[in-house]
Design a protein around this ligand. Structure first.
Ligand SMILES: N=CN[C@@H](CCC(=O)O)C(=O)O
Ligand SMILES: [Zn+2]
Length: 434
């Protein structure tokens, strides 16, 4: 082979002859809704090639590729025999709270004994407890904790994660958390979509109205200035819209201010009580609303009409022993559904395969729907499905290699998903021992 051929035909990675490559999509659709959520593109006896720039250059049956001259002449920096294995896109976690110190294992015991989330919250535990621990922690300590959590997510197949601030609740502390997220984003293989969540709770001694005003007039301007100076990255703005936290008009005001600052609206709503969050999100042009356990029929219709993503979090209903959101009705009505782990001190879950299992068992989603919701649609809920969420030419070569010829083992095997390796932009990012 000549040098020039070698240069032109050198690639970063080949995963060859996989029993199944689950591309999810082959048409570059940005998301799926309705019946389409139950279809995933699968190519059997297939090969994926990733170029030196980290993007997919080919995904096809090995026999088809073998007829092409470029492929026969190609050299691969990493050449992996994937026979007997399946490949799915890197998983996308649509909702996490990864920057916090301390833990709440004591509250887990209280909840098991019957205390509700709001009872603990209103007596100063819950988010309030974590805010105190997180404010007291150094930026370096929080970075180390966050990096460790991203490592554990990566080992479970996650390659893109939405990540919230929200345990600072004042301008300086929220900025500290957003700086941690930027440093983690710049340093870690897992891609991060950061979210400003200064409105996660009402700080002790403040009214909700004063807290909402603080978010709009103090925190948000500081965050926007830091973003514009390149000190932090912020894609989305979030509010915990809930009875006893932020009401309809406070949430409207905070989200509207965030939208004016160029942020995507991606907020907590209709979780413990029906708050008309879905209706508000549709009115404001929100990209996504999370939780939705208490969504109304009108809210479902409004989200479907406006293509507002429902980010469903099956760990919440599981740990709080509440009814899960009406996923079936939402999908059948045309709401685009994504999934998230909701990793936080209340729901300590870093595993999207387990989330997919819970979605299938407790929310009656099919395995195909769970995969679409945990890949293409989660990426789309973050406006990132141009490069994430499916195995298609031109997208990042983010790939999960499964130690089974059937991809469905990823979900079936629950908390011990058989993930052999995870590739990010065509580079081996995590190899799991058997
Ligand atoms: N519901 C509000 N926020 C989180 C819980 C955060 C916490 O309890 O620390 C959630 O999505 O479940
Ligand atoms: Zn949350």
């Amino acid at each position: 082979m000549s040098t020039s051929t070698e240069t032109n035909n050198r690639f970063k990675l080949r995963l060859r002859n996989a029993a199944q490559v689950v591309a999810v999509s082959t048409t570059r659709e940005t998301f799926k809704k309705g019946a389409a959520m139950n279809t995933v593109a699968i190519i059997e006896d297939a090969t994926v090639v990733v170029g030196l720039d980290g993007t997919v250059v080919a995904v096809a049956r090995e026999t088809e590729l073998a007829t092409q001259q470029w492929y026969c002449d190609a050299v691969f920096d990493d050449d992996v025999d994937a026979r007997g294995k399946a490949v799915v896109p890197g998983l996308v976690d649509g909702h996490t709270h990864p920057v916090w110190a301390g833990d709440r294992v004591n509250e887990f015991e209280q909840k098991l004994a019957g205390a509700t989330y709001m009872e603990i919250h209103l007596r100063g535990g819950g988010i309030g407890y974590t805010v105190a621990q997180t404010r007291a922690a150094s930026e370096e300590a929080l970075l180390e904790l966050t990096m460790g959590r991203l490592d554990r997510m990566l080992a479970q197949g996650t390659t893109l994660v939405e990540a919230k601030s929200g345990y600072g609740l004042d301008a300086d502390s929220e900025l500290k958390l957003l700086r941690v997220l930027k440093r983690a984003k710049d340093a870690h293989a897992v891609a991060v979509s950061p979210t400003f969540l200064g409105a996660h709770s009402v700080p002790r001694g403040m009214s909700a109205a004063d807290a909402a005003a603080d978010v709009v007039h103090k925190q948000l301007p500081v965050v926007v200035a830091a973003r514009d100076a390149g000190l932090v990255d912020v894609d989305n703005i979030d509010v915990f819209m809930e009875k006893g936290v932020f009401d309809y008009s406070q949430t409207d005001g905070i989200l509207s201010a965030g939208k004016a600052a160029g942020l995507c609206l991606n907020f907590h709503g209709d979780e413990l009580n029906h708050m008309q969050a879905a209706e508000l999100g549709a009115k404001l042009g929100a990209r996504a609303i999370s939780h939705l356990e208490e969504i109304s029929k009108d809210g479902i219709a409004a989200m479907a009409t406006n293509n507002v993503f429902g980010v469903l979090l099956p760990t919440t209903a599981y740990v709080l022993r509440i009814a899960p959101p009406p996923a079936r009705e939402m999908i059948d009505s045309g709401v685009p559904i994504a999934l998230g782990s909701d990793f936080n001190p209340n729901a300590h879950c870093l595993s999207m395969p387990f989330v997919m299992n819970l979605a299938a068992v407790t929310m009656k989603m099919t395995l195909n729907e769970a995969l679409v919701a945990a890949t293409l649609n989660s990426a789309a809920s973050l406006n990132k499905s141009d490069m994430h969420g499916s195995i298609e030419v031109g997208k990042w070569g983010n790939l999960v290699l499964i130690d089974s010829p059937l991809w469905t083992h990823l979900v079936y095997e629950m908390v011990d998903a058989p993930i052999a390796a995870v590739y990010v932009k065509g580079s081996l990012a995590k190899k799991n021992s058997k």
